[in-house]
Design a protein around this ligand. Structure first.
Ligand code: HEM
Length: 408
């Protein structure tokens, strides 16, 4: 790592966790390709929009973390192999094969058919919240909505929803649990192991008794190279569970805060609900849940903005910085729901572009639309500065808690 590397402890401060956008602006201006050193692993952050898009399609930046060089060991540790060796961590042609097979099970028809069920889940959750006058919205709404949708879609029996949720929350809140780093790592490992066994058993059960759900469809799906192997079925189910709820939950939380702290935009959306689809895109650009795309590895020395990124280096493409690049978005730190729909990269770019984009948009539109309709007096329950957030170095940008009130 070069001498001018920024120590992760200087970048990932409490101020950064609360509002990373000033730091991103400074990086874009002064160090658009920034080496960051940390005790766990060093990396290079790419922060400008054009570079970010180029990097997301650069074949020299590999996602093959579980290949012969075992880069995953540096990033996720040894316990991740049974769960994380999936399309998101592979390159073409392996990625193409995995994604093609999963796309069959993820057919737009199957997703669109979910619309009434998503609306029903939203209504059920809000029926419980409305009489209370106040709520912790992450716990009561933002997390259970996508979790229930993806669990039902995958075919996780209802009796198991709570324990699966508990395991995923241990992984999600890693670093903010109050446990020591060793205890925290052990808890995450334990949760991953349980999820691994759980999905291995569930795949067996679905093989024996197929049902009308996505795991059963994944078991049957095949292309000219054949079907998914048993380990691939397990890691793909885990990817869909995690990608399918974590990002959407954090997005609903972030979007709610963005609207409540920009009352003019909130009023605009209440007055013109037809703006909802474009509002969701602007909210995602404004404060997305995946600040940095999943890690890439340089397979050879590459150069961006005159900075040499050596072979083997970990590269982080900072989506949330790219989406605030003034070279592409006028007045980028302003939430403007009427902004002309621009080419944000909140759902990624290139071959790993979000597979669940239609489902994510559907859940966010129905969820946020209903929240505003049914809670006309919705406001934050604590000052925005007191909101508890995921740690600054978390791969996700989201809230630990979102206290709100809505009595008149
Ligand atoms: C607001 C919600 C969501 C956001 C912001 C989001 C964002 C993203 C991004 C940025 C990527 C690319 C990551 C990279 O290149 O490193 C991605 C990939 C992916 N997403 Fe989403 N996502 C969301 C919801 C969902 C949902 C609901 C699903 C459904 C299961 C899903 C499934 C996936 C999958 C399977 C991939 C990997 C695709 C591949 O490697 O080819 N996502 N998502």
């Amino acid at each position: 790592m070069t001498d001018d590397a920024v120590p992760a402890s200087e970048l990932y401060t409490d101020e950064f966790a609360a509002d990373p956008y000033p730091a991103f602006a400074q990086l874009r201006a002064d160090k658009p390709v920034c080496p960051v050193s940390s005790p766990r692993f060093d990396s290079y952050l790419i922060t400008r929009f054009d570079d970010a898009k180029a990097a997301l399609t650069d074949p020299r930046l590999s996602k093959d973390l579980y290949g012969p060089d075992q880069h995953y060991l540096r990033i996720f540790g040894p316990n991740s192999e049974g769960l994380n060796k999936n399309m998101l961590n592979s390159d073409p042609p392996e990625h193409t094969r995995l994604r093609r097979i999963v796309s069959q099970a993820f057919a737009p028809r199957r997703i669109e058919a979910l619309r009434p069920r998503v609306a029903q889940i939203v209504d059920d959750l809000l029926d419980k919240i409305v009489p209370q006058g106040q709520s912790e919205l992450m716990h009561d709404f933002a997390i259970p909505l996508p979790m229930r949708v993806i669990s039902e879609l995958l075919g996780i029996p209802e009796a198991d929803h709570d324990r699966v949720l508990d395991w995923t929350q241990v992984i999600r809140t890693s670093g903010s649990s109050g446990r020591s780093p060793q205890e925290d790592r052990a808890a995450v490992q334990e949760a991953q192991l349980r999820l691994h066994h759980y999905f291995a058993d569930l795949v067996q059960a679905k093989r024996a008794h197929p049902a009308d759900d996505m795991i059963s469809a994944l078991i049957e799906a095949c292309d000219h190279d054949g079907k998914l192997s048993e380990p691939e079925l397990v890691t793909t189910s885990f990817l869909l569970l995690f990608a399918g709820h974590q990002t959407t939950a954090d997005f609903i939380g972030n979007a709610t805060v963005a609207l409540l702290t920009n009352p003019d935009q909130l009023e605009l959306l209440r007055a013109s609900p037809e703006l909802l689809p474009s509002a969701i895109e602007e909210l995602l650009r404004f404060d997305g849940p995946l600040p940095v795309a999943s890690p890439r590895i340089a397979t050879e020395d590459v150069e961006y903005q005159g900075v040499s990124i050596p072979r083997g280096a970990i590269v982080g493409v900072v989506i949330n910085s790219a989406n605030h690049d003034p070279a592409h978005f006028a007045d980028p730190d302003r939430l403007d729901l009427c902004r002309e729909r621009g080419p944000h990269i909140g759902f990624g770019h290139g071959v790993h572009y979000c597979l669940g984009v239609s489902l994510a948009r559907m859940e966010a539109q129905i969820g946020i639309g209903a929240l505003l309709r049914r809670l006309p007096e919705l406001r934050l329950g604590v000052p925005v500065a007191e909101l508890r957030r995921l740690p600054a170095a978390s791969p996700f940008r989201g809230l630990l808690e979102l206290p709100v009130r809505f009595t008149a």
